[in-house]
Design a protein around this ligand. Structure first.
Ligand code: PBG
Length: 331
């Protein structure tokens, strides 16, 4: 007759035993690596609030892609930083736009690398909002014009698919964006291109460093009319449900760490792959603490990413992808 609590410890007595009974494993195939691409030549410029993350010009990204591929990373999430911005985000949907050119270049260099195109207008509009804005004469307010934005976003998604993007990842949070983009892709002959929907995207302060990186901070107002209130969880289910009905192939929760309950709820409610976006602010917090010697970066990152998988994420978008891949190989 043993004391009951011993049973918990019996299975932890050696590394091999712990390996045997481990419930969650992190694998390099779970990870997607975000990449910022910019116009110009000879550019590899570090983003000051995100040490280790760079803007690359197209002629300068080969080494980075090679390194990611050699580590076993299978997917790149592409963000464009264009030189031209206007009110309607024209450079988001041009055939020779930065994302379209980068997509063709990545597929040329690494045909097997999955290119995931972020479909949004905020980096491409001079006002920095994710859609087209208009003046509402009744209220006197400047508002997002949902339907005009959808038209522009559909064109963007189709041009990204034409350039060779393997997955379309719309992050704009307009109402009806999944069905509009699905219909647009199908009509253009891209029935096989899946949609990774940013289904549950909170209006979060954790995007701060990204907005510096992508030069996409809103020039007036904020995104609270189209991104979700961090206080809401039931609403996340409604957002996800409508994306499922509209034809999303994967559901994303963003940010990740402060929203693990939402990841778990979506995992339990839906059978589609669940994606967690470990966003820029989450990256910068760890980097800053590690630079100060306050935490063990490798241990913290692996614990954090394993935690996201345990919470129910199948796929993790993370700026730590290369580091994690290396650490998982024991290097
Ligand atoms: C743009 C977009 C954002 C992020 C990804 N796509 C920023 C935003 O909505 O303000 C954030 C990513 C990050 O913080 O790492 N639609």
């Amino acid at each position: 007759m043993s004391f009951p609590n011993i049973r918990h410890r019996r299975l932890r007595t050696s590394a091999a035993l712990r390996n045997l009974v481990r419930e969650t494993t992190l694998h390099v195939h779970d990870l997607i690596y975000p990449l910022f691409v910019t116009e110009g030549t000879g550019i590899k410029e570090e983003i000051s609030s995100m040490p280790g993350v760079y803007h690359f010009s197209l002629d300068n990204m080969a080494a980075e892609l090679e390194e990611a591929a050699a580590l076993g990373i299978q997917g790149i999430l592409l963000f464009g930083v264009p030189s031209h911005k206007d009110a309607v985000g024209t450079s988001a949907l041009e055939e020779d736009g930065i994302v379209q050119r980068a997509t063709r270049e990545i597929k040329r260099l690494h045909p097997d690398m999955l290119v995931i195109a972020d479909t949004c207008l905020c980096q491409f509009t001079d006002h920095g909002h994710c859609g087209i804005i208009h003046h509402n004469e009744h209220t006197g307010c400047t508002e997002i014009d949902n339907d005009a934005s959808l038209e522009q976003l559909v064109k963007t998604a189709v041009s990204q698919a034409k350039a060779g993007a393997d997955i379309i990842a719309p992050s704009n949070m307009m109402d009806g964006f999944v069905s509009a983009i699905r219909a647009g892709l199908d009509a253009a002959g891209f029935e096989n291109v899946p949609i990774m929907s940013y289904s549950v995207k909170y209006a979060s302060s954790f995007y701060g460093p990204f907005r510096e990186a992508a030069h996409s901070a809103p020039q007036f107002g904020d995104r609270k009319t189209y991104q979700m209130d961090p206080a809401n969880a039931r609403e996340a289910l409604r957002e996800a449900q409508s994306d499922v009905e509209e034809g999303a192939d994967m559901l994303m929760v963003k940010p990740a760490l402060a929203y693990m309950d939402v990841i778990r709820t979506l995992r339990d409610q839906f059978d589609l792959p669940i994606v967690a976006y470990n966003v820029s602010g989450e990256y910068s917090l760890v980097k800053a603490a590690a630079a100060n010697g306050w935490i063990d970066e490798k241990a913290v990152v692996l614990e954090m990413l394993t935690g996201l998988k345990r919470a129910g994420a199948d796929i993790i978008l993370t700026y730590f992808a290369k580091d994690a891949a290396r650490w998982l190989q024991g290097k």
